[in-house]
Design a protein around this ligand. Structure first.
Ligand code: NDP
Length: 245
């Protein structure tokens, strides 16, 4: 991996956990893998991985909580020091299902908060560490794990009606945040992309999904590794194909 420090949110299960596994087991693993969990004491598999790999740092973080993000930033900062942080993978998310008949303000706000607001605030708070990485000449990247369900142009082709006002709209917002961040951070050599992991066999995706977490994450990491400067500000599928906004 060309990244020596990587932060993954929501790393105690699903795609986040598999990202930690594959990064730790790669031929050239990062020096630091910061793996966040809301409840680290219950993150059994993640803790087992961390007990075998000293480069995995398990950090408590609820991405909705600003204090928790400050704690995350100070822990990451104390580990990476003047090398900065190379890669953020904003992975944590929730998927509330609602129809127009059932949708309510509280669930809408929570879904937007976790899926769109939090990735922006995490990126904002970690910006000094990203800048340091870029100034040191390292490839520096923010990956927002989005969803094709958030694609407005693909809406008619993939129709899962009960996700629309909450999950779909939050990922569409995240995609716009990717684009806005990219425009602002490109001049200082920090790249930002959205990637959909595919339909994956996790708690969110269901056991009937197309891909195992292993298949999805193998594709995601290859796509991330191969991203060049020209790819910034774009939306990709897990296997590196262009995804329409
Ligand atoms: P899971 O539901 O399996 O895992 C979600 C992760 O997010 C968990 O670690 C969960 O922690 C964490 N999380 C949720 N809320 C918060 C919070 N407030 N603070 C911190 N962490 C939180 O989902 P997947 O692994 O399937 O999804 C990973 C990403 O991939 C998401 O962004 C999702 O939208 C995206 N995606 C997934 C697809 C799929 O088919 N699986 C398809 C398209 C996109 P906890 O255990 O504490 O709840």
């Amino acid at each position: 991996m060309s990244f020596s420090s990587v932060l993954i949110t929501g790393a105690n299960r699903g795609i986040g956990l598999e990202l930690v596994k594959q990064l730790a087991n790669s031929a050239d693993p990062p020096t630091h893998i910061f793996a966040t969990s809301r409840q680290p004491d219950k993150a059994k598999v993640l803790n087992e991985l961390a007990s075998k790999s000293s480069n995995i740092h398990v950090i408590e973080c609820d991405v909705k909580n600003e204090e928790s993000i400050y704690h995350l930033v100070s822990t990451v900062s104390s580990q990476v020091g003047c090398n900065g942080l190379n890669l953020i993978i904003n992975n944590a998310a929730i998927a509330y299902k609602h129809t127009l008949a059932t949708v309510n303000v509280q669930d809408l706000i929570e879904n937007y908060h976790v899926n769109a607001v939090a990735p922006l605030m995490i990126t904002k708070q970690l910006l000094p560490l990203l800048k340091t990485s870029a100034e040191n000449g390292h490839k520096t990247l923010v990956v927002n794990i989005s969803s094709t369900l958030g694609s407005i142009s693909k809406y008619r082709k993939i129709c899962v009606g009960d996700y629309q006002y909450t999950y779909r709209a939050s990922k569409a917002a995240l995609n716009m945040i990717t684009r806005c961040l990219w425009v602002e951070l490109k001049p200082i050599k920090i790249s930002v992309v959205s990637i959909c992991p595919g339909w994956v066999q996790t708690d969110m995706g269901s056991p009937d999904a197309d891909l195992t977490p292993e298949q999805s994450v193998t594709g995601l990491l290859k796509t991330i590794e191969n991203l060049s400067e020209e790819d910034g500000g774009k939306f990709f599928t897990f296997d590196g194909k262009p995804n329409p906004w």
